[in-house]
Design a protein around this ligand. Structure first.
Ligand code: FAD
Length: 310
């Protein structure tokens, strides 16, 4: 059994594992894959002290750093449930998707988040064939073509501004009456000649020719009329979903499904900690995820030295 089991191999999990291992306690890490969202990121320019890097490069660095320490690394498996210890200092039981289970006196959840999907016909079918979630990664594939961005929050408007410099035309579809993005971003988007913003638009279908996306249909919620946009790409920017479903019946989550932790990274259950994008932390960034990973590991260590061995 472990003293600290980290679930997740992104920036938060890697940081937590390194901080725990440096205390000389038995540390394990279970991750579906090393890297998480960073793997899907091209340019990273705000990881302080590194002027510019790329996601896969940063991930290689994370993994290399974790492997410097005596950490048991289990990749390729998902955690499907966590049963917290029933007494202080006791063992939590962590079930994996491959049928195995792992015992640990503390568990640090660092499972990150994923893009929210529209759940309309055609979206899954054309994922990677016109339906995209990451403008930084896939924007250049639509050079000179027409695209739509679904979602008028900060990420949607940022995506529209970003894409406007690459593609022929961008249509932003916002479900609500108004955009939700910061005023400064809205102003910038409206100043661009090849960006059009449509509000009260409910996306209804991604249409394709069997090979690639060719159009998008939406309903104007004010008039109930259906419209079709001919285009080559659809960027879905309607938010991030925390990967915390496996904790639904275990720990306290926010209404948005984020694991609730305090400023020490402690969750609602004995020996359970959380860090990074899966938690209710206000900003979702690499540097913040790493900092919170360190906090959670130090809190887990504090917990372990104060509680009796089972
Ligand atoms: P993640 O990176 O999401 O890692 C989660 C880990 O958990 C993964 O290893 C995953 O495989 C694993 N996992 C998930 N569920 C399970 C499970 N049930 N069992 C086992 N393992 C599981 N931030 C910046 O600071 N700068 C940027 O420039 C930047 N650009 C971005 C661009 C894009 C396209 C995206 C998507 C994000 C970007 N971010 C950026 C945000 C940044 O990537 C995240 O804040 C950061 O990766 C969060 O780290 P994390 O460790 O909490 O989660």
């Amino acid at each position: 059994p472990f003293e600290v089991l980290v679930v997740g191999g992104g920036p938060a999990g890697a940081s937590a594992a390194i901080y725990a291992a440096r205390k000389g306690i038995r540390t394990g890490i279970v991750a579906e894959r090393f890297g998480g969202q960073v793997m899907d990121t091209m340019a990273i320019e705000n990881f302080i002290s590194v002027k510019a890097t790329e996601g896969p490069k940063l991930v290689a660095g994370l993994e290399e750093h974790v492997r410097e320490y005596d950490v048991d690394i289990m990749t390729g498996a998902r955690v499907v449930s966590v049963t917290p210890a029933d007494v202080v200092g006791g063992y939590a039981r962590v079930e994996l998707s491959n049928g195995a289970h792992v015992l640990s006196r503390s568990v640090i959840v660092a499972t990150g988040a994923r893009w929210r999907e529209m759940n309309v016909p055609g979206e899954k079918e054309y994922r990677g064939r016109g339906v995209a979630y990451c403008p930084h990664c896939d924007g250049p594939l639509f050079k000179g073509k027409r695209v739509a961005v679904v979602g008028g929050g900060n990420s949607g408007i940022e995506a529209a501004i970003d894409l406007a410099g690459i593609v022929e035309h961008v249509t932003v579809l916002e479900f609500g009456k108004q955009l939700r993005a910061d005023e400064v971003l809205q102003r910038k988007a409206r100043s661009l000649p090849n960006v059009e913003i449509i509000t009260e638009a409910q996306t209804t279908e991604v249409v394709g020719n069997g090979e690639r996306v060719t159009a998008l249909t939406y309903t104007d919620r004010a008039t109930d009329e259906s419209h079709t946009l001919e285009l080559a790409g659809v960027f879905v920017q309607i938010g991030l979903v925390p990967n915390a479903e496996f904790l639904q019946h275990t720990a306290q989550l926010t209404p948005r499904g984020e694991l609730i932790v305090n400023e020490r990274g402690e969750a609602s259950e004995i020996g359970l900690f959380g860090c990074g994008d899966v938690t209710n932390s206000p900003y979702k960034q690499i540097i913040i995820a790493m900092g919170s990973g360190a906090t959670a590991a130090l809190s887990a260590f504090d917990y372990l030295i104060r509680t009796p061995q089972p």
